[in-house]
Design a protein around this ligand. Structure first.
Ligand code: SF4
Length: 332
């Protein structure tokens, strides 16, 4: 639940309000016979944020915090349990699969694993042409060929490389192919789900720089999903920190990085090395609690070094404080 939403804005390409996503745990015969209650995984819990046109907004948090599930729900690879998703002025939360097809060409994804996200049996040219032919963003095959060569050139390949298969390329090259495929339907919004975390550090900067160049050239907005704050710092304009399916802090990059307020954000930042300093703190102790039995109070209470009595009883809501939004009883 949000105490004070960031103001709605027609300049936003995306507005997500109180998004909830849950999954039922598998329930077998044995569970039924023993009368075990059905269990629900609370993956995303009332998440709200917006992304402006031509902006990079990042969702950051440890593995299992719900950031990828949030992203997949926004592009409707998963059905939202509740909440609204307004994309380019249209509420797409309840769109049918057929109706979503018209929207999907405007919202594309770049996946984490460039090895798994490309069909190994397709040549690169077919991988890139397929979405534009499917979505009919080109008049026919001739135009698709011309567009495919143009995109390959933009992401740094020679025309003859279009005949090759994914296994003939390195990880960084495959991710560039994935980027060309994402661009093939002329989208305005791209969800990049950990786009560089499977790549060597030396290649990560190349791919990130390419993505940022393309943002300007194609007037793109990005939802960038990452666990690595040092990566996010170089690309994002605003960010939201997620923990156990909740947004616990969100705001402008410099505000969050320079003066983090939420104890979880502070712990993440203290544990993240940057170009100009080593880690300044210890990594977080303990594990993220189970998203099945959510604590009644603050989701971070079991690991928070500053917890108080109220933290176990009452769930803090996201409120505007010192130029950003934070959900913590220390500031309420
Ligand atoms: Fe820590 Fe309490 Fe703030 Fe949660 S609400 S982050 S437990 S101080």
């Amino acid at each position: 639940m949000i105490g004070n939403h960031p103001r709605e804005n027609t300049e936003n390409i995306l507005e997500v309000r109180d998004l909830v996503q849950t999954f039922s745990q598998p329930y077998g015969i044995l569970d039924r016979l023993t009368g075990k209650p059905r269990k629900t995984v609370h993956a995303v819990n009332g998440v709200s944020f917006s992304i402006r046109r031509k902006e990079v907004f990042s969702l950051v948090g440890e593995s299992g915090c719900g950031k990828s599930t949030t992203a997949r729900t926004i592009v409707r690879l998963l059905e939202p349990r509740s909440g609204s998703i307004v994309f380019d002025g249209e509420d797409i939360s309840a769109y049918s699969p057929t109706r979503m097809m018209h929207v999907r060409k405007k919202m594309q994804m770049i996946f984490q694993d460039p090895y798994a996200s490309l069909n190994p049996r397709q040549r690169i040219k077919d991988i890139i042409m397929e979405p534009m032919l499917f979505h009919k963003t080109v008049a026919g095959k001739e135009e698709a060929h011309a567009e495919m060569y143009r995109l390959l050139d933009i992401v740094g390949f020679r025309p003859e490389q279009a005949e090759r298969y994914p296994h003939q390329f390195s990880g960084g090259q495959r991710q560039r192919i994935g980027i060309a495929r994402a661009l093939s339907t002329n989208p305005s919004f791209i969800v990049a789900d950990e786009p560089v975390s499977a790549l060597d550090v030396s290649i990560q900067a190349q791919v990130l720089n390419l993505m940022m160049d393309l943002k300007d050239e194609f007037s793109l907005s990005y939802l960038f999903i990452a666990h690595d704050l040092s990566v996010v710092r170089h690309v994002t304009e605003r960010l939201g920190i997620m923990y156990l399916g909740f947004l616990v802090e969100q705001g402008d990059r410099d505000v969050i990085f320079d003066t983090p307020l939420h104890p979880y954000t502070r712990a993440l930042l203290a544990a993240a090395p940057t170009l100009d300093r080593e880690r300044t703190g210890d990594p977080l102790q303990g594990d993220v609690p189970s998203p099945i039995d959510l604590p009644p109070g603050c989701p971070f209470v079991s690991r928070c070094p500053r917890r108080m009595d109220v933290c176990s009883r009452e769930r803090p809501v996201l409120r505007k404080i010192e130029g950003r939004f934070a959900a913590c009883h220390l500031y309420q």
